[in-house]
Write a protein that binds this ligand. Structure first.
Ligand code: CAA
Length: 283
């Protein structure tokens, strides 16, 4: 099946990044969020990102205009009826995602593929909420989406082989490097990466040193492009906690216990860049 028309559910950090990469690759993109202001914010982020690419000679001005012209927006789900592929990037809440997939299943054409960008929820469970479980798959992008090379393609227990092949080919067409993994708690990247971030939070909790030093030693000693606490702020502390809880409950293994400090930060609403405060200040 050839994918031409793409729907993106969610215009937040991940949703607008996903819409941008599809639009820049020539796909007709419909981006949806629940409020006009969320859609407008997502669109303005895309414009800024594309303009920055033009100013750095990474994209021609005409290509930027073409990409922007490929993006349409809505606050409804009904217009997704003509989409070949719908990528969901809404909030990380199980009940919300299951409800969304039930609705999308009712709206999307029978041959459409429904993908989720979830970072922690079972793709198998999401697939089971639909009447087309073989056409549900994980398309896990990384933040910042326009920069990060990987798309982790998550094969649910039910996903059909031809759907995996279509999504792999689509991942390549948008300039990413896809890798296919089986559905499991945290998939592969988050299962390895997020416990490392959680351990950095524990080092801070135990008072081993200051946030700046924790990040500096990991940058200098492990060659990471950014320190784990700055990375937590970029990803969002609520997402980090979500992934840790998924690993902890899923594997029933204490090695995945979320740091008490991480829980406190989330309780305080210090979620990182998106709230202006996390382990560092962004005001
Ligand atoms: N959107 C678009 N482009 C961005 C961007 C953003 N949010 N942030 C940075 N960039 C671009 C910059 O414009 C810059 O482009 P040029 O080369 O054209 O100048 C390029 O990326 C490099 O940026 P900077 O020079 O400002 O800074 P940097 O070299 O430190 O790179 C970084 C920034 C790409 C974020 C880098 O620090 C990095 O790779 N960090 C690790 C990110 C990471 O691990 N992400 C995965 C998180 S896990 C996840 O997302 C999955 C999940 O489910 C939780």
């Amino acid at each position: 099946m050839e994918i031409k028309k793409v729907g993106v559910v969610g215009a937040g950090t991940m949703g607008n990044g996903i819409a941008q990469v599809f639009a820049a690759a020539g796909y007709d993109v419909l981006m949806r969020d629940i409020k006009d202001e969320f859609v407008a914010r997502g669109l303005s982020t895309i414009k800024k990102n594309l303009e920055r690419m033009v100013s750095r000679n990474k994209m021609a001005a005409e290509a930027k205009d073409a990409a922007l012209a490929n993006i349409h927006t809505t606050t409804e789900l009904a217009p997704f009826a003509d989409r070949d592929l719908i990528v969901e990037a809404a909030l990380e809440e199980v009940s919300l995602k299951l409800q969304l997939f039930r609705e999308l299943d009712g709206i999307a054409k029978p041959e459409a593929i429904l993908a989720t960008n979830t970072s922690s929820i079972s793709v198998t469970k999401i697939a089971a909420a639909t009447k087309r479980p073989g056409q549900v798959i994980g398309m896990h992008f990384f933040n910042p989406v326009p920069v990060m090379q990987l798309v982790e393609i998550v094969r649910a227990l039910q996903t059909k082989e031809e759907v995996v092949a279509t999504i792999e080919a689509t991942g390549k067409k948008i300039g990413k490097t896809p890798h296919v993994v089986k559905d499991s708690f945290g998939f592969v990247v988050n299962r390895v990466l997020i416990p490392m971030v959680n351990e950095a939070v524990n080092c801070l909790y135990e008072g081993l040193t200051q946030p700046e030093d924790i990040d500096a030693v990991m940058k200098l000693g492990a060659n990471h492009p950014m320190g784990p606490l700055a990375l937590a702020d970029l990803i969002g502390l609520d997402i980090i906690l979500n992934v840790m809880e998924t690993l902890y409950q899923g594997f029933e293994d204490p090695k995945y216990r979320p740091s008490p400090l991480l829980k406190q930060m989330v309780d305080a609403g210090y979620l990182g860049r998106k709230t202006g405060r996390g382990f560092f200040d962004y005001q």
